[in-house]
Design a protein around this ligand. Sequence first.
Ligand SMILES: [Zn+2]
Length: 130
Amino acid sequence: MASQMIIKASKITACKECGSTALTWQTSIINRSDVQQGRLNTRDVECVFFLGCDDCSETLTMVSADKVAGLMNAQVGQDLASDCEALRSQLFELVTLGFNMVGASGAKRKQHTDTLTARLNDLQVQLGTA
Ligand SMILES: [Zn+2]
C-alpha cells in the first residue's frame, strides 16, 4: 500500500500548475488535530514528506513519515531475504563440493579440494572476515 503510493509519487516529474521540472522533496510538521496553534502537543502533529515545485511553490503530493518508514522497513526485509538466499545457495554448493571430494580419489580429489578451498576463500572475503 505505502510502497505503491510512494512509487506513484516518485513518478511525478513536472509541476501540474506551471510545468516546471524543478521539484524538491521536503519535510514538514503538520497539525492533524483541531487544536489551535500555540496549544499543540507533539501528539497533535505529524511529520510528512511533500514534493513541492521550486518555481511556483505548488504542493504536488504528500506522504506521511509513517508510510516512508514502512517502505524502508520493507526494503530492509527484502535485502535480508536476498542475502539469506544467496548464502543458502552458496552453502549448498559447498556441501556438494565436500561430498564430491569425499567420493573422489587421486587427481580428482585434489581438484575438488582446490575448488573447495578457493570457494571457501571467496566466501571468507565476501563475509569480510579475511
Ligand atoms: Zn510549479
